[in-house]
Design a protein around this ligand. Structure first.
Ligand code: G3P
Ligand code: CA
Length: 248
């Protein structure tokens, strides 16, 4: 069955990539959580989508130029709604501690396609290993060089190549990089690609799927997972399809 991942947490209803977004996704019974990490000046992996803090905090500047302690002073909730003021940026460590005793799949996306943070792969891997979460985590990246660098631990953790590029040989390209999984923009999903992935047992997941007809397409193509800002709606739709007997 297609797993439903809350994209940046339940990000339609709460400030993305924050504890309220993750708590809500868990309360909604999402199968998994997708999140993004960047590295601070002192090499701490933190949960935030953009390289710059401007869009989702009350601060300004690049993550790479802040220490983790400095980042903690920023408000990462009030841009979304005053209801969330006082929400802070999370470290990956805090997120993993929170996830440890919850039956959630995790997708940690390394945001290293614009800034190629040195050692981000090993830093993330070691932390996930420390929390014994390798068996339910997928590491992903849009950066092909980063996927190659993760090849040596792809026997211990899923490594997904993320792409929005149309390429007839996408599966071969992902395999050649050493990826175990493929994460695609919803525009790239078609029956042939889904069948190819199933044939070679390469999990295929689709982002960011918010419209019901697109969610339906992922479910009916038996994708391994989909990423959505509205996990509640996707879960209800999946259940309805199962109850109708049109999905196994
Ligand atoms: O990991 C899937 C998806 O999150 C990739 O796009 O920009 O939302 O991180 P973006
Ligand atoms: Ca992401």
């Amino acid at each position: 069955m297609t797993k439903i991942f809350a994209h940046r947490g339940a990000s339609k209803y709460t400030p993305e990539n924050t504890m309220p977004a993750f708590e809500l996704a868990y309360a909604m019974h999402a199968d998994g959580i997708e999140t993004d990490i960047q590295l601070t000046k002192d090499q701490i992996p933190v949960i935030i989508h953009d390289e710059h803090v401007k869009r989702t905090t009350n601060g300004t500047g690049y993550i790479k130029d802040f220490t983790y302690q400095q980042l903690l002073q920023l408000d990462a909730g009030s841009w979304f709604s005053n209801k969330f003021s006082g929400t802070s940026i999370l470290s990956l460590d805090t997120f993993l501690q929170w996830a440890k005793d919850k039956s959630l799949s995790l997708n940690i996306e390394l945001k290293n396609n614009k800034i190629d943070y040195l050692h981000i792969e090993a830093i993330a891997y070691e932390m996930i290993d420390y929390y014994q979460l390798l068996n339910r985590t997928i590491l992903s990246s849009f950066n092909p060089s980063s996927i190659k660098r993760m090849k040596h631990f792809s026997n211990k953790v899923h490594v997904a190549f993320l792409t929005s590029s149309r390429n007839k040989k996408l599966v071969t390209a992902a395999k050649e990089l050493g990826a175990t999984d493929l994460h695609i923009n919803y525009r790239l999903l078609n029956r042939s690609l889904a069948a190819q992935c199933r044939q070679i047992n390469m999990p295929l997941r689709v982002y960011t799927v918010n419209k019901m007809y697109r969610i339906s397409k992922c479910l009916h193509n038996k994708c391994s997972g989909l990423f959505t800002d509205v996990p509640d709606q996707a879960l209800a739709f999946r259940e309805q399809q199962i109850n109708k007997g049109v999905l196994e």
